[in-house]
Design a protein around this ligand. Structure first.
Ligand SMILES: Nc1ncnc2c1ncn2[C@@H]1O[C@H](COP(=O)(O)OP(=O)(O)OP(=O)(O)O)[C@@H](O)[C@H]1O
Length: 346
């Protein structure tokens, strides 16, 4: 069974990994000075197991022999066999320790790692959306549209950061404007065979498939037009270029709904330290997020407009933000109130 320990440093060298559904990214933190060795990104499907990916892409290419391992995973962490969402790999800490020589393994949630990053990223790693360019040391929120919609809070208390990885991407979102009421009946809801009326969760709007959901619903609302695009990247490219009216509207609505949900989360966490947009999609649609629709929806929270107007919003542009967060934790675990119960093996 997993063994726990207070937030002591894991033994160096520490291998840190951000394991997504499609790609995995690794670095070795050599020692307390923070000296770090980076490795080329791994395409998950090129390796049948994560053990093989670590062995061939990291261990056999480096002279450093990591003593411990910290991984950020997309998916719930429970028990000694942790399957990944959207990838056939299974993480088995005891097997990794026995076969690859780690004395300790710690598993974190991927958005928890994004939250650790939001606590420690430099201004150069973030692009402000709106007038406020600085994030004070106060509670924060991270949300990231990608394959799904990851959400984490980051509570600031006792001079520490407490990440709160929840399932906030699955909150309900309802229609508000006249245009929303035209579109909503055509959106694909959450698949739930027991429900008589499907619900529209934030993730059904704010993810790659969410952008397609909005675009296809717009096509239906406009006299059942045949969609011109099959992929989210095509919709965003046409929307950014202004070459297709419905793609442009889909992108603007995506920014509006993202602002709405981000504003709700900022209210819930009273995130005066800022809201950070992580994940793969936000940096790719930066001009659409900067155009004003995101920030307008974010602030449109009567009776608390003044609170929201005072909260900074950012797109995280650091290419390996989760690894940055894991490194910050590895080097200074006392700065974080992170519970390692049930996910630390030694
Ligand atoms: N230019 C783009 N515009 C809009 N959506 C995009 C664009 N490029 C990729 N996507 C969509 O983003 C989603 C992938 O998101 P992301 O890059 O964050 O990957 P992930 O699987 O969530 O994470 P990881 O890369 O760690 O495996 C897919 O649904 C993809 O279709």
């Amino acid at each position: 069974m997993a063994e726990t320990r207070p937030n002591q440093k894991l033994p160096f060298p520490i291998l840190i990994g951000d394991i997504g559904g499609t790609n995995a990214r690794f670095s070795i933190i050599v020692d307390e000075s923070g000296e770090t060795v980076r490795f080329p990104d791994v395409v998950n499907r090129n390796f049948s197991t994560i053990d093989e990916a670590i062995r061939l892409s990291v261990l056999s290419t480096s002279s450093h022999k990591p003593k411990s391992l910290i991984l950020a995973l997309a998916g719930p962490i429970k028990g000694d066999e942790v399957p990944l969402t959207n990838c056939p790999w299974v993480v088995r800490p005891k097997v990794l320790m026995a076969d690859l020589g780690f004395s300790e393994v710690l598993l974190l949630n991927d958005f928890e790692a994004q939250a650790l990053a939001a606590a420690t990223l430099q201004p150069k790693d973030c692009q402000p959306l709106g007038p406020i360019g600085e994030a004070p040391s106060a509670s924060r929120v991270v949300l990231g549209p990608g394959t799904g919609l990851g959400v984490a809070g980051l509570v600031r208390a006792r001079d520490m950061w407490f990440p709160v990885p929840g399932e906030g991407g699955h909150v309900d979102v309802g229609p508000r404007t006249a245009r929303d009421y035209q579109i909503w009946p055509h959106l694909t809801p959450v698949h739930d065979i027991n429900a008589t009326l499907g619900r529209i969760s934030a993730e059904e709007l704010l993810s790659g498939r969410g952008l397609m959901n909005i675009y296809r619903a717009l096509c239906k609302a406009e006299g059942n037009r045949t969609p011109a695009f099959d992929e989210p990247a095509q919709v965003s490219a046409a929307g950014l270029a202004g070459s297709d009216g419905l793609a442009s509207e889909a992108l603007e609505l995506f920014a509006t709904y993202l602002g709405r949900v981000a504003g709700d989360l900022a209210l819930i966490f009273m995130a005066k330290g800022g809201v950070f947009l992580a994940g793969g999609i936000s940096p790719k649609i930066l001009p659409a997020l900067q155009s004003g629709a995101f920030r307008k929806a974010f602030e449109d929270k009567a009776p608390h407009q003044a609170v929201l107007q005072g909260i900074a919003t950012f797109v995280v542009t650091h290419p390996q933000a989760a690894l940055h967060g894991l490194a910050a934790f590895a080097l200074d675990p006392d700065a974080f109130g992170l519970s390692t119960d049930g996910r630390h093996w030694a």
